[in-house]
Design a protein around this ligand. Structure first.
Ligand SMILES: NC(=O)c1ccc[n+]([C@@H]2O[C@H](COP(=O)([O-])OP(=O)(O)OC[C@H]3O[C@@H](n4cnc5c(N)ncnc54)[C@H](O)[C@@H]3O)[C@@H](O)[C@H]2O)c1
Length: 377
């Protein structure tokens, strides 16, 4: 693939604006592409131990061929690496190797290393350049764009973090081919979220093309990634620091989703995207419960999510535990539950002060999978 064949989406943030390059099978030429976006020959790659086996040699070779000094740091794969302890270890290692304010940190991997590496880049020497090379569907369509960095705490997910925009994002959809199908579906939940909560045209496109995206058909993936990046960058450009409420619309499904994730344990019994899928469906039921949207919509959405193979209910979790977890959500102000809810497909709004009894009803009736027991006594 030639560079001029790469699609480009611009995130417009005045002096912090940056390009997102989208294409397939171009990582072996990243060394040539990256040049306008870094100021130093010294680059630190942060990746995880699975992605490092798959793509690190290719990326290192390309960067070295382009005369960069490359230092790679690998963390264990999985959500538990998104911790202050892990960030501390990485930062100490980078400082021991030696760096200055011109150096850049590159994240190579999914949302976990993206959030972690971005956090390190934002605090190292009060901020160094950051480049994202996302390799999961979730990170290519969501977490690599918009500059949110984070680590987790025992109190909840993503509660420590910064805003630190990357200098450029390089999305090679060819890397999705090695992703297992559960991870693809989990990423697709965030893709569906853009259509459901923000853009009816994209929702309609997904109804027609979603299966091809899930099947990793190249053209469909490039198109889905591009549309998600266009939608997300417009939202980020309108509300970079999540101050006007616009950016919070990207969190559709996340209030319940984060509670499900916390309940299931942060160590991975449920993937972030799977929890977001269930949270999105339940937020839609809650919207209908509050008469914000047509009663038919949650039925239609549940059917479509099932057709895609996305989860729509959870097992074993208890409503009081989920509710108490939701009260720790970042959108909670003054103890009131705030939710992003749906008015119609493609249009969501932030609604403040939701009565916990309504949430409880939806969780009890629609959230938990009911098992049918048969007794042959
Ligand atoms: N910053 C944001 O705006 C934002 C937005 C959404 C989600 N997130 C965060 O993103 C994280 C989830 O990201 P994720 O779903 O990418 O998880 P992840 O980074 O844990 O990646 C999932 C798994 O896929 C593996 N992997 C990565 N790329 C691969 C490839 N090409 N082939 C094979 N395996 C590959 C990883 O090693 C890992 O085991 C969560 O921590 C979430 O909070 C952040």
């Amino acid at each position: 693939m030639n560079f001029d064949e790469l699609l480009q989406v611009k995130v417009e943030l005045k002096e912090k604006s940056y390009p997102i390059f989208i294409g397939s099978d171009f990582l072996m030429r990243i060394g040539e592409l990256i040049e306008p976006y870094v100021r130093s020959r010294k680059l630190f790659i942060i990746t995880d131990d699975l992605v490092s086996m798959l793509y690190l040699p290719m990326v290192e070779e390309s960067l070295r061929k382009a005369q960069y000094d490359v230092y790679s740091l690998t963390v264990p794969q999985g959500e538990s690496s998104k911790s202050l302890e892990q960030a501390d270890e990485l930062l100490e290692n980078i400082l021991k190797i030696g760096c200055d304010r011109q150096c850049a940190i590159i994240s190579l991997g999914g949302g976990v290393v993206g959030d972690l590496a971005g956090f390190c880049a934002s605090v190292l020497l009060r901020g160094v350049d950051f480049i994202q090379i996302p390799t999961t569907l979730l990170s290519q369509t969501d977490s690599s764009v918009g500059g949110k960095t984070a680590v987790n705490t025992t109190i909840g997910k993503n509660l420590i973090g910064t805003f630190h925009q990357p200098k450029a994002v390089f999305i090679d959809v060819h890397t999705l081919k090695t992703l297992d199908s559960q991870q693809v579906l989990a990423g697709f939940a965030e893709v569906a979220k853009y259509g459901l909560a923000l853009n009816a045209d994209f929702w309609n496109w997904l109804v027609d093309n979603g299966e091809q995206v899930i099947g990793l058909e190249e053209t469909a993936c490039i198109s889905a990634v591009e549309q998600c990046c266009v939608i997300k960058s417009a939202v980020v450009a309108g509300d970079e620091l999540e101050q006007t409420g616009l950016r919070s619309l990207l969190n559709y499904g996340h209030t319940i989703g984060h509670a499900i994730e916390a309940g299931a344990g942060m160590r991975g019994t449920i993937l972030h995207g799977e929890a977001v899928a269930i949270g999105s469906v339940l937020a839609t039921w809650l919207s209908a419960e509050l008469n914000l949207c047509d009663q038919e919509i949650p039925v239609q959405i549940t059917e479509q999510y099932k057709k895609w193979g996305l989860p729509v209910q959870y097992e074993y979790l208890k409503t009081p535990d989920l509710l108490s977890s939701m009260k720790k959500d970042k959108k909670v102000k003054g103890g009131h539950l705030n939710f992003v809810l749906l008015e119609k497909i493609g249009h969501s709004v932030l609604v403040e002060d939701i009565d916990p009894a309504d949430v409880e009803k939806v969780l009890d009736e629609k959230g938990r999978k009911k098992h049918e027991f048969s007794y042959y006594g």
